[in-house]
Design a protein around this ligand. Sequence first.
Ligand SMILES: Cc1ncc(COP(=O)(O)O)c(C=O)c1O
Length: 385
Amino acid sequence: MFCLGEALLDKKFWEAILELLKKYNNTPHHKDGKILGSMTTTPHPLAVYAYLMFIHTNASDPVIFKEIENMMNEIIYELAKLYRGGESGILTSGGTESNIVAILAAKKVFSNKSNTVIAPDTVHVSVDKACDIIGCKLVKIPTNGNPVDASTLEEYIRKYNPFAIVITAGTTERGLIDPVKDASELANEYNVYLHVDAAYGGLLIPFLHRHGIIREDLRFYDGVSSISVDFHKNGLTPIPSGILLFNNKRCMEKICYNAEYTLYGKYCGLLGTRPGGSVASIWVLLKHYGLDLYEKIALKTYNIATYAYHKLAELEELKVFKPILPIVVFKHKYINYIELLREILNKGYFLYKSPSLEALRIVIMPHVEKSHIDDFVNAIREIMQ
Ligand SMILES: Cc1ncc(COP(=O)(O)O)c(C=O)c1O
């Protein structure tokens, strides 16, 4: 194998390789409780196992790897139950690719409209990237850090005649949820493509809504054209594993290109070859645990976010924003947030920023425990002393 032959059987060979790898294995690990800002987490061992078992497969080749396609169909079926719609879908490398592909589909479906996309200014940077790549104009709706309201959205639709609206169900900086139902009604009325970026919130919102914790729901209301959701965020699968769901097959067909040299004859989406292991990892968790797994994660992370909110709010010098989804945003009343971040990084913690609020944010991912929050609050206390 790999022309290594006998070497693979040699203990010394393995020792040398392990030594080499260990030299680079100084990365922080989620279990240490110090990664509190990134939307990444430790994948579930079952998901890792499935990923490795199917590591040789290409999810873009359903002729050779038809089992992967079958798994993908089952995933779409499960998600269609969750979001009450969604006829077809594609594995993506994550929220960024999903947003690019959704806007590409929109551009092709509504080619008769202006070359404009409208989105609240809280939208993820990948939408700027998408418009840059596709060559469309992105008009951002000022929101002052709130979910966009329906009347403002309508005003912008009338003014710009966009081919697509992008709203976010779980914004990156604050966890805001734009009004999906209102936007869907407007998309219907004005015949515009509506993409809901639920990369972060997609596996949280339906459950928190069901439990009465949040008002807004996430589903394929009539008028929603696509929803994106990342399993490598709250879904416990290895990176990369995003899913872009379309409400109908027509949209999906628009992002497929002839590739006659392949057995399948086409490639869909932005990538060519894509990891079948990612599909297997999502599938195995859905098969084994069902959607209940995500319900548990949503409730656990929300609980810990509430705990973190109260703990941080005990510190008088801090202004803490009440969590909507499991994201806790806070700032010091007198110290600039970049300066505070520097001190926090010096303590070995990794937080991201909420620049629009001049604040910092903790994202409560599945690996975060209450004890991590206690340690972090102690670290903040020390900094403030
Ligand atoms: C709302 C939202 N959309 C898209 C993305 C991009 O996801 P990815 O980094 O997986 O491409 C993120 C990442 O944090 C996000 O929060």
